[in-house]
Write a protein that binds this ligand. Structure first.
Ligand code: FAD
Ligand code: NAG
Ligand code: NAG
Ligand code: NAG
Ligand code: NAG
Ligand code: NAG
Length: 491
């Protein structure tokens, strides 16, 4: 931001904070009136939609049905100015709202609301800028579309690993990618954010912007609505990898091979996800090997691919095809995620993971037989947080502790079991964490990845010592707490 922009900004901030002291009567109880006011104020590039329209259905839809709520109306803003107008109306009316990128949040209310659902889908441009080594990406896109647009351009970006994930929530929360060993998190590879501040002002945030640069790098939806990400691009060739499924009897061989990989591999182009799954009473193991080049060095993945598999799709392919190769359709219609931050995947830790899966899946399936439970091991290089030495970020709160986000995922279908499933997942997570601490592969004083964390996680567990600074930035740019009307991890 230039000095002139900063001064314009501070006078606007002052104006809006004066305006948002309670001289307006709250319209909280009449969201329909807010919808009507928005419809009247926005340009023809944007639209407001109501139940029974196909746009509304698409706007409120989420990956996990349990994250969807029936909102009073949905809004598809088409310009940054309209996003600003919408935020001002919502703030003035004190109307609850939600911002949805790709809709993959597994916590209800994080990108859904009974109030006004904002869907970012009209921000859908991908523009490759070879001269600056960046790619502009609209905030309503899913990574699949970005990879498709970049297919055969020779460049790639640091984004989602499987199909369907939104660019916005992923990047604003952190972003563990297939390229994280080489380039860090997604947030370490943003050159600029186009941000609509809670007061409606449209601004560009870069590494010379100070506070908001720090805050947006992990601060999710607390500081406004992002409409565009300018991402740093990297050379992209064809890659190697895919998806392999094994039955439970191969766990000994596979976990030994994955453990050996995590403890000894130094090739940063190589990564993997290894999953212990329990599905309707059966153990199913899966492996996603990845190499950022057409062929992995000989021997690197051999021990993992040697055991007999139930299905196997591993080959040299485009990055886009690699991301599409991992099935992500959910088995149950409702899902919850949690995380146990792990240092290294030792053989003893893999035994604890197996025990945890067996113990807790028995309890889950006793209540709903078709429940699934997956424990996803996501080993990364110890260098994963070393790619932003001069620029601190909201997340991770420390870059000195190479914690990797093991992910536990529970899926079920009956809404009546929501509370039970989440409580059981929380207990399983705490137990596995305790077991990992005992084995020296987790620490008490750790931090959790917000994009995998259960909704009741305290914010200081995600942002650590950064919470106070983030609260101060929040008070400065959102004095009326407009973004507090949207759900998520609130500062
Ligand atoms: C199948 C699956 C696989 C996953 N794999 C990975 C992985 O490999 N690596 C990883 O790091 N994470 C992964 N995740 C977690 C993922 O990062 C989060 O679910 C993330 O929130 C998805 O972003 P989204 O835009 O789809 O989410 P949404 O649900 O749309 O949004 C999530 C949060 O971001 C906010 N938000 C969205 N758009 C904006 C915006 N434009 N401006 C301001 N705030 C906004 C929302 O309000 C909400 O609080 C995975 C999740 C799933 C379900
Ligand atoms: C709410 O707003 C709508 C649309 O403006 C209006 O038709 C309705 O009468 C209002 N209801 C109440 C209870 O004020
Ligand atoms: C949303 O409304 C529809 C139609 O009234 C209803 O069938 C559905 O159960 C509601 N969904 C939620 C999540 O409340
Ligand atoms: C991507 O490019 C490859 C050639 O490298 C081509 O075979 C494939 O069809 C393209 N995929 C998409 C999704 O465009
Ligand atoms: C800020 O970003 C520019 C361009 O993206 C880069 O050249 C510069 O090194 C960065 N500065 C810092 C302190 O990270
Ligand atoms: C297996 O996990 C359960 C639940 O976390 C725990 O109570 C038990 O002690 C574990 N058993 C072993 C052998 O680790």
């Amino acid at each position: 931001m230039t000095l002139a922009q900063i001064s314009v900004l501070s006078s606007l901030v002052a104006l809006v904070s004066a305006a948002s002291t309670p001289s307006f009567s709250p319209q909280y109880d009449n969201v329909s009136a807010t919808c009507a006011r928005i419809a009247k104020a926005i340009s023809s590039s944007s639209g407001v939609f109501y139940p029974d329209s196909t746009q509304y259905a698409a706007d409120i839809a989420h990956y996990s049905e349990g994250s969807t709520q029936n909102s009073t109306c949905s809004v598809e803003p088409g310009t940054t100015e309209d996003v600003g107008i919408i935020l001002q109306i919502l703030g003035r009316d004190r109307t609850p709202f939600a911002v949805k990128g790709g809709g993959h949040a597994t916590n209800q209310g994080f990108s859904s609301t009974p109030g006004v659902q904002i869907a970012m889908s009209r921000f859908s441009t991908v523009q490759n800028n070879p001269s600056s080594g960046t790619v502009d990406v609209g905030a309503g896109l899913i990574w699949d579309s970005v990879y498709e647009a970049l297919n055969e351009t020779g460049v790639g970006v640091v984004g989602g690993r499987v199909s369907g994930i939104g660019v916005s929530g992923f990047t604003l929360g952190g972003g563990y990618s297939w390229k994280t060993n080489q380039y860090g998190l997604s947030l370490d590879n943003v050159a600029a954010y186009e941000l609509v501040l809670p007061n409606g002002v449209v601004t560009s945030i870069t590494n010379t912007s100070g506070d908001l640069w720090f805050a947006l790098r992990g601060g999710s939806n607390n500081f406004g609505i992002v409409t565009k990400f300018t991402l740093v691009s990297h050379p992209q060739t064809d890659v190697w990898g895919g998806f392999v499924v094994f039955d439970g009897s191969q766990y000994g061989a596979l976990s030994a091979a994955v453990s050996n990989f995590d403890l000894t591999n130094t090739d940063k182009k190589a990564q993997l996800i290894f999953t212990y799954g329990f599905l309707s009473g059966n153990v199913v193991l899966s492996l996603n090997p990845f190499y950022d080049g057409p062929t992995p060095p000989q021997g690197l993945f051999d021990a993992m691919l040697a055991p007999p598999s139930l299905s196997r799709d591993v080959k040299t392919r485009s990055f886009s095809s690699l991301v599409q190769s991992v099935p992500t359709e959910s088995v149950g219609t409702r899902q919850a995620y949690s995380t146990v931050p792990i240092l290294k995947y030792t053989p003893a830790l893999f035994q604890a993971i197996q025990n945890s899966s067996q113990f807790w899946s028995a309890r889950l399936t006793a209540v709903e037989p078709d429940t699934f439970l997956t424990i996803n091991s996501e080993p990364f290089s110890d260098a994963l947080y070393s790619y932003s030495p001069s620029s601190p970020s909201a997340y991770p709160p420390t870059r000195d502790l190479p914690l990797t986000p093991l992910n536990i995922d529970v899926g079920w279908s009956d809404p009546a079991n929501d509370a039970f499933m989440r409580a059981t997942l929380a207990q399983a997570t705490a137990d596995l964490h305790a077991a990992a601490v005992k084995l020296g592969q987790a620490v008490e004083d750790d931090f959790l990845y917000g994009n995998y964390a259960l909704a009741d996680t305290p914010v200081d567990k995600i942002y650590g010592k950064n919470v106070e600074r983030l609260r101060a930035i929040k008070r400065k740019y959102d004095p009326g707490n407009v973004m507090g009307l949207a759900g998520g991890f609130k500062l």
